[in-house]
Design a protein around this ligand. Structure first.
Ligand code: EPZ
Length: 418
């Protein structure tokens, strides 16, 4: 339960290499359960959520190791189909293991993920889809029991383009003879990365990245090697860190085409963004940021909800007023009261936040309420005058690889105190 001590006011300068995408590697780790052989994943970030997924894989009987940015999983001997309560509590996105366990073992057992820092986090879309595929699902004492011995191809229309539900259906349908169709699928790049991983292992999935995905059942999947896509949210976070501190940053191993919903907002606020060549992006923000009158978080390719909190930290010292509407999650403004402690002028009403830019924030003692809110407070502290203490940084470690080392390499005064 460590904390960061951050002394702000230093413009960030330099270059970083972007980590692999947490939200791509987590569903891909679940997908390794489907493979009667070995999966070798490159560009995997060292994160608490990745460690939690490796624990689940070992609990299911797999061999799973991470060495540097390479994760190796041998799922030839699966001995179970149940995710224990404590493993589920450690990471609610473990629910994505259900589809893979069901398809590989014919059964899956897991506790209800329950709410998290962002609100209720229901799984009704997952369960409705599984039932349409012929899965028999019973719920008792907070546990979910899935019997998937007789899956059938189905046409599934998602009421909302849920990322997790789209991924879970893809995983559950991989071995189902016939064609399973997802309509109104999530279009995030991480879905396409999951399709590419599975097809490289011998699956037949088409359409990921669009709103209709087709999964044609195959008998089995074989050993595979795959490189995970870059993390567009971590990339956006560091771009905004450069903006908050009026610095300049070059990012390698980035995929700008995954950031079409984000980069125009930064340019509207006055950042200069350049693409010197493939996989590289740079940003210069010498002056105080301008405001952006309205940003709504939307499913991809709209502005991503995961970048909402870092954006708010950046706008807190912009010149003018901005409005952010969080349309995806019901309670994703936990960082607001912490930013106000640092001198921000923010008013919220339900899912709408109005940010009146102030000239400067002041260092304060603040606490992360969730992963991206913690990242937002880190950014605010980097731009603030004076010193801040940021608690519950284990939440930041879930999604950001060695943030203090990366920021210190760019000139930030930041220290991790365990
Ligand atoms: C994924 O969560 C990401 N997590 C989230 O990133 C991200 O914020 C989210 O997608 C939206 O992009 C991972 O990929 C591991 P959803 P997921 O299902 O799959 C509602 C981060 O910070 N919903 O698309 O849980 C739900 O309540 C994390 O890296 C239902 O109503 O998101 C929410 O309001 C946070 N019923 C909305 O849909 C369901 O059955 C979006 O959820 C499922 C979801």
């Amino acid at each position: 339960m460590g904390h960061f001590v951050i002394t702000g006011g230093k413009p960030l300068k330099g270059e970083i290499s972007l980590q692999g995408a947490k939200n791509a590697v987590l569903p891909i780790l679940a997908a390794t359960v489907l493979i009667n052989g070995t999966s070798e994943l490159h560009n995997c970030p060292a994160l608490r959520d990745v460690t939690a997924s490796l624990k689940i894989l070992r609990y299911l009987g797999c061999k799973a190791e991470q060495t540097g940015d390479v994760v190796t999983v041998d799922a030839s001997q699966i001995t179970g189909f149940e995710v224990s309560d404590d493993l589920m509590r450690e990471m609610r996105s473990s629910f994505v293991f259900v589809g893979a366990m069901a398809a590989r073992c014919g059964f899956a057992e897991i506790t209800y993920p329950g709410g998290c820092e962002l609100g209720a986090r229901p799984i009704d879309l997952h369960l409705k889809a599984f039932r349409a595929m012929g899965m028999k699902i019973t719920e008792e004492h907070g546990k979910i029991y899935c019997d998937a011995r007789r899956l059938r191809p189905a046409a599934i229309h998602l009421d909302f383009p849920s990322v997790g539900a789209t991924e879970n259906i893809m995983l559950a349908a991989v071995f189902t003879p016939g064609v399973t169709r997802i309509v109104n699928a999530a279009k995030e790049p991480e879905i396409e990365d999951l399709q590419n991983f599975l097809n490289r292992a011998g699956a037949k999935i088409y359409g990921a990245g669009g709103s209709e995905i087709y999964i044609e059942g195959v008998p089995s999947l074989k050993s595979v090697t795959h490189r995970v896509i870059p993390d567009r949210i971590v990339g956006a976070t560091y771009l905004m860190a450069a903006a908050v501190t009026r610095g300049e940053l070059l990012i390698r191993n980035i995929e700008p085409s995954h950031m079409d919903g984000i980069l125009p907002v930064l340019e509207e606020c006055g950042c200069e963004i350049g693409y010197p060549r493939d996989g590289i992006l740079n940003i210069k923000c010498k002056e105080r940021m301008g405001a952006t009158d309205k940003v709504r978080t939307l499913p991809y390719p709209g502005f991503p909800t995961d970048a909402q909190a870092p954006l708010m930290a950046m706008l807190a010292t912009a010149c003018g007023s901005s409005m952010i509407t969080e349309t995806i999650f019901e309670s994703r403004f936990k960082h607001v009261e912490e930013l106000i402690k640092m001198g921000a002028n923010i008013k919220t009403d339900g899912r709408v936040a109005v940010i009146r830019g102030v000239r400067e924030l002041s260092g304060a003692e603040v606490t992360a309420g969730d992963l991206r809110g913690g990242a937002a407070l880190m950014l605010a502290a980097l731009g603030a005058s004076g010193t801040s203490k940021l608690h519950k940084i284990e939440l930041i470690d879930r999604g950001y690889e060695a943030p203090e080392s990366i920021l210190a390499s760019l000139g930030a005064k930041i220290k991790r105190v365990e």
